[in-house]
Design a protein around this ligand. Structure first.
Ligand SMILES: *[C@@H]1O[C@H](CO)[C@@H](O)[C@H](O)[C@H]1NC(C)=O
Ligand SMILES: *[C@@H]1O[C@H](CO)[C@@H](O)[C@H](O)[C@H]1NC(C)=O
Ligand SMILES: *[C@@H]1O[C@H](CO)[C@@H](O)[C@H](O)[C@H]1NC(C)=O
Length: 545
């Protein structure tokens, strides 16, 4: 089998010497990943054995070694989404995060090995991962039909944008700190898929030269940041990601984007169409017969939010006037001061998704990341002030932001008068979603990457949830009320007394930089928000059945 496969590769490669067709290039690309998958299979037994023997140090070694091949194969995850989820999903992909019984794969093992340092209960998960890898190899070996040139280009471009737009900012391997290893393997995987196409007749010489040059520059930038681990090493391991300053991450981001846009050029030369995904909109039925007290509770919450929103308008005005002084230090201070209110209001974001995106989206929410014309809001100001030191850009962005915040305040006021989709049920959905989102996503992903202000986000998210919850508390049975109060207390204590103890809870702006919060404290925040989420789910069941 193996021999025949090799022979086929050789034959295809020989054929490639003479102007390969896109179909031949796709076959070469597929074989590159079949090989990677076999490499992945070979790396699994040491990991399984170490976990079975509960040998933590062997498990770490085997885990690091076992990560690279899949991070290459992942380039084409869109043609095997279920297997990708079984192998590589992180908790935020699931509604209930780490709690979700469907969550599986490498990151579950990563959590056990690096964060919890307990291997007692994960051997079954490791076996399941082994099975998923085996299934993936079978799939790739037979995937001739689905492995089309357009799927290859679409997957390559999507991942090439995802690295600078999302992964660089979000501690991809949050628990093991191996994010750099992920990036280099993502890029190598992309290259193995795209390179065969560079020699097809439709790709212009100019395009081929450009993408090849950018890929080489990317390797150089990588090797400068991570000199101990060459870009092309097949070993696992990488410089500890949290020690890499924002200024160095900036280069990786810049060349990551250059690589992605060069790939778009290849796609355009090939003329392959990118299949756009249509997102189905969730259209929740809002009951018109909600009890009056539910309606009243919603109005109480909304009124508080209108107050927050007006405060947000004031702090933004202040930011804009301070930006006019062109002093970066005071501008950053004004930025931090202008951030908290929206992070409370965000609880209800599902009731104003477009404004939420305008105000608070991060680049990864857009297909072209930071290069996307649609991206704007707080994080654009954050980038200008903390990463790029670009006051002019900050002034322009803050000005646009003010308009969106004005619209938000109007929307909230209209909600008090019964307009929009605000309801008790949706309020609970919003609280639950955010309570899960903090531990499932925000904790591991440096929510405010450039300013390092994630701790502020957690504090304000919690305040927002509590503001909305209080009006409902009296109506809940004692056990629900008690559990919710305790959950809130625990989350608040974790932040107020442990993580951010040098900062005043109500108004302090002297936040603990998130990059200095150790993994075990992050775990406590995570546990506390999960408990809050569970308590909210229980309360929702009591109220709405
Ligand atoms: C893991 O998969 C390999 C095939 O790649 C198989 O030979 C092996 O038996 C599996 N390991 C376990 C413990 O099931
Ligand atoms: C493209 O490059 C090849 C050599 O790689 C050369 O033979 C060919 O003339 C070039 N085509 C153009 C249009 O420059
Ligand atoms: C900028 O503001 C800070 C404090 O807000 C102040 O200490 C510093 O002197 C100012 N710099 C300039 C150049 O005015």
């Amino acid at each position: 089998m193996r021999f025949l496969a090799l022979l086929l590769v050789l034959l295809v490669q020989t054929a490639l010497a003479h102007d390969p067709s896109p179909a031949e290039a796709a076959e070469t690309a597929r074989h590159a990943f079949v090989d990677q998958c076999h490499a992945q299979q070979a790396l699994m037994p040491p990991l399984l054995t170490a976990i079975r023997n509960q040998d933590l140090s062997a498990a770490k070694t085997a885990y690091v070694a076992a990560r690279p091949p899949y991070e290459q194969i992942e380039t084409l995850a869109l043609i095997f989404p279920e297997l990708d989820a079984a192998i590589d999903a992180r908790p935020y992909a699931y509604h209930t995060g780490e709690d979700d019984p469907l969550w599986a794969g490498f990151h579950l093992l990563e959590r056990a090995i690096y964060r919890d340092q307990r291997l007692q209960n994960v051997y079954q998960n490791a076996l399941a991962l082994n099975d998923s890898v085996n299934t993936l190899c079978l799939f790739l070996e037979n995937a001739v039909d689905v492995y089309s040139p357009s799927a290859i280009m679409a997957g390559s471009i999507a991942l090439a944008f995802e690295v600078p737009a999302k992964k660089v900012a979000s501690e991809e391997e949050a628990w093991s700190e191996l994010s750099l290893m992920i990036f280099r393997n993502n890029w190598r995987g992309i290259w193995s898929q795209v390179e065969p196409f560079l020699h097809t007749p439709k790709v212009r010489n100019e395009t081929r030269l450009r993408v090849t040059r950018v890929y080489q520059q990317l390797q150089r930038v990588y090797n400068m940041i991570d000199p101990e681990n060459d870009f092309f090493t097949n070993k696992g391991g990488a410089r500890v990601y949290s020690t890499i300053p924002v200024s160095e991450r900036k280069d990786i981001i810049e060349y990551g984007y250059k690589f992605a846009t060069a790939l778009e050029q290849v796609r355009d030369d090939l003329g392959a169409e990118l299949g756009e995904e249509e997102e189905g909109e969730e259209d929740e039925q809002v009951s018109r017969n909600e009890k009056q007290y539910m309606r009243d509770a919603v109005v109480v919450g909304l009124s508080s939010f209108v107050g927050f929103c007006e405060e947000q308008q004031r702090t933004l005005d202040m930011l804009c006037s301070i930006l006019g002084e062109r002093n970066l230090t005071s501008a950053r201070f004004a930025y931090a001061k202008a951030r908290p209110e929206y992070e409370r209001i965000e609880v209800m974001a599902a009731d104003f998704p477009d404004l939420d995106a305008n105000i608070d989206a991060r680049p990864y929410a857009y297909s072209r990341g930071e290069l996307d014309n649609e991206w704007k809001g707080f994080h654009e100001v954050e980038r200008a002030l903390y990463r790029d030191d670009d006051i002019d850009r900050a002034i322009r962005s803050a000005d646009v932001l003010k308009g969106d915040v004005d619209a938000l305040c109007e929307t909230l006021r209209a909600g008090i008068n019964g307009e929009g989709t605000f309801s008790a049920k949706r309020t609970f959905e919003g609280m639950i979603t955010l309570a899960y989102e903090v531990p499932a996503k925000k904790i591991s992903s440096e929510e405010e990457t450039w300013s390092d202000l994630s701790v502020m986000i957690f504090r304000e998210n919690l305040k927002g949830i509590w503001t909305l919850l209080v009006p409902f508390l009296d109506r809940l049975p004692a056990h629900n009320m008690k559990r919710l109060k305790m959950a809130y207390r625990m989350a608040r204590d974790t932040l107020e007394l442990v993580v951010d103890r040098y900062n005043d809870w109500d108004t302090g702006l002297n936040f603990m930089p998130y990059s200095k919060v150790p993994v075990w404290e992050r775990k406590r925040i995570s546990d506390a928000f999960y408990e809050m989420a569970h308590a909210l789910v229980e309360a929702r069941e009591t109220m709405f059945g």
